[in-house]
Design a binder for this molecule. Sequence first.
Ligand code: S3P
Length: 231
Amino acid sequence: MLGFDYGQFAAVYRRFESGATGRPGRSRRRSAGGVMPDSGDIQNDSATDRTVVLVGLMGAGKSCIGRRLAARLGLPFRDADAEIERAAGCSIEDIFELHGEAAFREGENRVICRLLAGNPHVLATGGGAFMNPETRAAIAARAVSVWLRADLDLMLKRTGRRNNRPLLKRGDPRKILSDLMAQRYPVYAAADLVVDSVDGPPEITVERVLAALRARAPSSKAATSAEGAEA
Ligand code: S3P
């Protein structure tokens, strides 16, 4: 679907920006998503003092790793897809079906910009979010981005567990994911850090992300003080 009714979706857009919850019952299916409870607000790991944004394709493990990473960092965890569903009062599938992909993409940008304006947290984004230049710029300005890179078979295996991703219903999931890899990987490569998401216990990938964040921390602090000295 190319166009959609902005007027009809305006109230939802306001909720994307305010974080208010959409009225349940307006869609045929209720969202299964939700907001993860905060894991705490005291940082117990000095790996970052910025919001950590996880980017990557569907099935790369952004939510699973993000939740665990947040616990390790003592930061709240947010899932952009769940926040979108909460504001819209319906599932992502329903947003795609009822309002079209363009409405979803617009809402995704608004939700992520709102979250980035808040306190540091770990944010799992949907696979398409980083493709939006405006979203990418907001992430670069306010967060450290981590591309969770996974191979095709692993993403196929993981996404095959649930049938809730509208893009993967448009044809052969292997072909779709492989085309998205070709299209998106060059853009994901602009993330601050790249970490390979591996099959097996999520803790392995979490440790890799923590190590990458720690390795980056001194230079980002040095860059911050250099900027301060210039000001
Ligand atoms: C999408 C990925 C999904 C969700 C939507 C679109 C994409 O999120 O945002 O279905 O464009 O790659 P996950 O990456 O969390 O599955």
